[in-house]
Each structure stands twice: as C-alpha cells, then as structure tokens.
Design a binder for this molecule. Structure first.
Ligand SMILES: Cc1cc2nc3c(=O)[nH]c(=O)nc-3n(C[C@H](O)[C@H](O)[C@H](O)COP(=O)(O)OP(=O)(O)OC[C@H]3O[C@@H](n4cnc5c(N)ncnc54)[C@H](O)[C@@H]3O)c2cc1C
Length: 500
C-alpha cells in the first residue's frame, strides 16, 4: 500500500473500516470517497444513520421531533451551517418567530416573574459565565483546587445578591437556579459541580444565531452521505472487538470482529463510537487493551445524560405569542427525595416546537429516572405542572415522545464535557491514533464529538473530527493531496466560504 496513488475504482486502495454511522463516521466516509478511497466499509450497529442526530416525524404535517441534535450552534466557521445554508435547509428557528417571541418565567403556583428582574439576573449570570471562561482563556489559576463551575457560580452569585432584601434576594436566587438547570443541559452534566472550572473556557462558541433545520437535522446527513456508495454502509452490524496488533507477519494490521462472529481485516479503522460506549466497554472492545494514558483519559472525561420530553397536543395550549414557558422552581420546597415525585423539577422550560408541540429538556439523574417511566406517567406529571403554572385546565397530550439516551446501548449517554479532574489534554489523548507493531502507518484512529478539543458535545465538532481522521489517512497515502486537517476550521478558504 505504501505510496499508493489516489484510487478511483471500487475496492482498491487501503482497506478502511469506520465504526459508527453518526455524523463523524459519515463525514469521514464522505471525505475518503471524495478523494477516491473506495475500499471503505462503515459498520453501524443500528438500522439507521445519524446516531445522536435523529429526526422523528410527529404528525402528518411533516413536523419532526429532534431526539438528539436540534440547534446549529453558531454560524461563523460552522460547517453544519455551511451545508444547511448551501442546500436551502434553513429558516429561523420558528416559522412564526417574529410572532412567537415571548419568554414567560413563572413559579410553580403560576406567579409570573417580571421581565425586568429576569433581565437583571441574566446580565449577572452572563457576566459570571464569562468569568468562568476566563480561567482557561487567560491561563489563570482557579480560586480553589479542583474548582467546579457550580461552586464558583454559587460563591460569586451569593456575593452579588447579598445586599438585596430577603424577598428580592430569594427571587433572584430562584432565577439563578433556573439558569443553572439550563446550563446543565448545555454542558451535559447532572449538576455544575461536576464541570471543571479551569477547563470550562476550552469550549469555543461560534458566533452567530442558533438555527434549527425545519426539514429535520437528518437532512444534513442525507447531503453528507451522497458520495458514499450505498453498499459501503452496513446496517445492523455491531462491532464486538478491534484486534489492533496482529503483528508484522499479518497482511493487515487490524481485525474487526463483529457480534455475529464475522471477521473483517483492515489497514485502518476509524472508531467513532461515543465516549459513553468507550467508557463502558473499552476493556473488551480493544485487544490488546488501550494504552494506560488513553484509558485514564476516557475514564476522567465527563459524559452525561440529557433527555427531552415532547408533548403533542390536539390544540395549542399556550398563547399564540409565547415561545417558551420557563419554570422557576424552588429547590428548597422538595420535601420528598423520591425522584418519582420530583423528576420533572429538572425540566427548566417547555418550548413551543410547533404550535401544538411542546418540548422540555432535562439532564442528569432525573433524566435517567424519566427513562424508566411510562409515557402515561410522563404525560400526567407534565400536565400536572403545566396546569398549576398556567392556572387553567389542559387536555392530556395525544402523544408523548421522549428520548432515552442514558439506556441507549449505542450511546450510553448524550454528550461529553470536561469533568473536574480532567483537562483538554485528555481529549487530545483520546484522539491519538494507535499504531500496530511493525507498521509505520497508524492503524486505529479516533473521531467523534468527544475527540474535538474545542467543539466537543456538538455536531460540528463531530463532523470536523471525521474530516480530521479521513484527512490523516489520505495524507498517509497521498502526501501531496492538498487535503488539510481543518478540524479547527482555521483554514482561511473555509472561513470565507462560510461567511459568504
Ligand atoms: C439530546 C441531545 C441534544 C443535542 N443537541 C445538540 C444540538 O442542539 N446541537 C449540536 O450541535 N449537537 C447536539 N447534540 C450533540 C450531537 O448530537 C453529537 O455531538 C453528535 O451527533 C455526535 O456524533 P458522533 O458521530 O460523534 O457520534 P454518534 O452520533 O453517537 O455516532 C456513533 C455511532 O456509532 C454507532 N455504534 C455504537 N456502538 C457501535 C458498535 N459496537 N458497532 C457499530 N456501531 C456502533 C452508534 O449507533 C452511532 O450511530 C445533542 C445530543 C443529544 C443526545
């Protein structure tokens, strides 16, 4: 294979196996196909592409529930935005956004909180989040050893509100609690005490609006997969083990063993399974075991559960101008520690997805607990809280759609974060390739959202890591291919393309 030129025919060139047909696997397959690498198989354990991108029809009108990714996070330098824009998939997050723009904040008894007060707390909160980011950005030591975002926010917020009188102070604290529940869903943790303060700023937010994709996020994958030959994606093909060190006498350095006992040999394998799957099964997924540093890295990094509950009603149940109902819970009024009676208090808002459909997001223990309930129980609990807050009767939803990312055996959670005790260096360690003995080219490469040092937890991060690892393989065979590692999207051509 050494020095082999760009190949155009089928099944020639290095044998490459990609494990997982999520966006990172599909992006890698697409880039390889573009460069003429056709001896590629993508093994996907489930019966669909997309992994944590999964758009489920909700009704006959073509509306979709995004079970996983929902937002394109930012515009500038965002390759997902670029694909969606070029292919006319975009529209502002609501058809009737100009109409439906009211964010209502209400306590559990229905008391509506004034917009002015919410804005004041928003401002303080935004300032504190920026301070959290500065520790990484400016390489400044955190005030405490192993400090967390949660501990820092609690300390500094208390200093901010200590001069207010009791009533005023309490309301501010409750709005602050709401903002932290939202932040838990953004970070993908149970609570912010799990998230490293020193590393929080390593996540890079891309500038610009956050769009949704009305035809469904999956439409991006349909475009990405276009140049991958159909027969190269194999569904219902769970991989059991990667034997990655077959020795110098073997024709191929790697053998991928399937759950059904089949064996497939390859020059290179790109692993894209989630960090949750790696955490749960890396000891049996790799033979020989992963190097100690990689094992440590994947153990230390955080991977949490974020779930959604969609309530589909026969008729709209909120006023026509309302976009989001924000719940201002009082955490101190939970007298019953049984999650059966309190799980829903982790839902920070119900947002109008389509006029008859609301979605609530929740994370952590409560999100995991929700997965054990029946749809009827979820409907009853959610209708109960909505009735109390809106102070009027509400019919039962005609359908409940909820996600179960925690118990999903193919993800074992939702997305990654840098937990207290881990660093961005652990992400870099996770993304390092493995080399088999006696073979000069790396044989196992790692992609997937958790392997991007700045865009972890996102679809654009996942896509870029797929491109990164495909480019690494392409350069091994065609050093003059001109294929760049654009995983940080610093390439000026791309920047220009995206911003046009
Ligand atoms: C609830 C939720 C909300 C989100 N919201 C957003 C958002 O708004 N915006 C955003 O940008 N991102 C969001 N994300 C994150 C985004 O969805 C992910 O970062 C991205 O889709 C991950 O892609 P991936 O290719 O790395 O992994 P995956 O999509 O997990 O792909 C890995 C694939 O590997 C397969 N697999 C697993 N084990 C095996 C095996 N043994 N053999 C073969 N195949 C296997 C899986 O079935 C899966 O298809 C959200 C995620 C969730 C769960």
């Amino acid at each position: 294979m050494e020095g082999e030129e760009k190949q155009n025919g089928p099944n020639v060139g290095p044998k490459i196996i990609i494990i997982g047909a999520g966006i990172s696997g599909i992006a890698a397959g697409s880039k390889l196909a573009q460069q003429g690498f056709n001896n590629v198989k993508i093994f996907e354990a489930s019966d669909r592409i997309g992994g944590r991108i999964w758009s489920v029809p909700t009704d006959a009108e073509g509306n979709k529930a995004e079970m996983g990714a929902n937002w394109i996070h930012g515009i500038e330098r965002n390759p997902i935005y670029q694909i969606a824009d070029e292919n006319h998939l975009l529209q502002l997050r609501n058809k009737d956004k100009s109409f439906r723009r009211k964010d209502v904040y209400m306590r559990e008894d229905g008391e509506v909180i004034s917009e002015r007060l919410v804005k004041e707390v928003d401002f303080t909160y935004g300032m504190l989040i920026s301070k959290c980011e500065e520790f990484f950005a400016c390489s400044v030591p955190t005030p405490e050893e192993d400090d967390s975002v949660g501990a820092f926010l609690d300390r500094t917020f208390e200093e901010n509100v200590e001069n207010y009188s009791n009533g005023n102070r309490r309301l501010r604290e409750l709005i602050f609690w709401h903002h932290k529940l939202l932040e838990c869903c953004i970070s993908g943790c149970d609570n912010l005490h799990e998230v490293s303060l020193a590393e929080f700023g390593s996540y890079e937010s891309l500038p610009g609006i956050h769009y949704t994709i009305p035809p469904g996020f999956e439409a991006v994958l349909d475009i990405l997969k276009q140049n991958i030959p159909k027969e190269n994606i194999v569904f219902n093909a769970p991989v059991r083990c990667i034997n990655w060190d077959l020795g110098p006498d073997s024709e191929y350095p790697v053998c991928v063993e399937m759950e059904n006992g089949e064996k497939h040999y390859a020059n290179h394998v790109i692993v894209t399974v989630s960090l949750g799957v790696l955490k749960a099964s890396s000891d049996r997924f790799f033979s020989p075991p992963l190097p100690a540093a990689k094992q440590q890295a994947l153990k230390k990094l955080g991977f949490g559960v974020v779930n959604k509950v969609f309530l589909v009603f026969e008729e709209p149940i909120v006023d026509a101008d309302v976009f989001r109902l924000n719940m201002i819970w009082d955490p101190d009024t939970v007298v019953d520690a049984d999650l059966r009676n309190s799980w829903y208090r982790k839902i920070y808002s119900f947002e109008v997805v389509h006029e008859r459909i609301l979605v609530g997001w929740l994370s952590g223990k409560e999100a995991v607990f929700m997965e054990s309930l029946t749809e009827e129980q979820i409907a009853a609990d959610c209708v109960g809280i909505l009735k109390k807050m809106l102070k009027h009767d509400i019919p039962a939803p005609i359908r409940v759609i909820r996600t179960r990312w925690g118990t999903n055996q193919l993800t074992k959670g939702s997305y990654s974060f840098i937990a207290v005790g881990s660093t961005q260096q652990d992400i870099l360690e996770l993304s390092k390739p493995l080399s088999s003995k006696g073979v000069s080219k790396p044989s196992v490469l790692f992609a997937g959202e958790a392997t991007h040092p700045n865009f972890y937890s996102t679809t654009h991060g996942a896509l870029l890591t797929g491109h990164r690892e495909a480019a690494n393989i392409i350069r091994m065979y065609n050093p003059d291919s001109g294929v760049e590692d654009n995983s940080d999207q610093q390439d000026s051509d791309q920047q220009d393309d995206v911003s046009n």
